[in-house]
Design a protein around this ligand. Structure first.
Ligand SMILES: [Zn+2]
Length: 77
């Protein structure tokens, strides 16, 4: 997927979440310093995933809890 497609998908996803009344929180990605938005996990849940930055196309680790989202550079690089 190109960065353009990644960004379009990211914006579309967040638009849909907002339409459903789901609260988004912002977080900063380590790759390019962009501020992104995402949904929180459900109570007591934690999600860990590899995500693609919609601004620069870098991969980063995304940690989501029910209170915040944080992002770190991938360790293997
Ligand atoms: Zn980036």
């Amino acid at each position: 997927m190109s960065i353009k497609e990644t960004k379009a998908k990211y914006l579309e996803q967040n638009f849909k979440l907002r339409q459903r009344g789901i609260r988004l929180v912002s977080y900063r990605v380590p790759c390019c310093g962009a501020t992104l938005e995402g949904r929180l996990a459900s109570a007591m849940e934690e999600w860990e995933s590899v995500a693609t930055c919609p601004e620069c196309g870098e991969l980063y680790m995304k940690y989501t809890t029910d209170r915040k989202i944080s992002a770190e550079l991938l360790a293997t690089k």
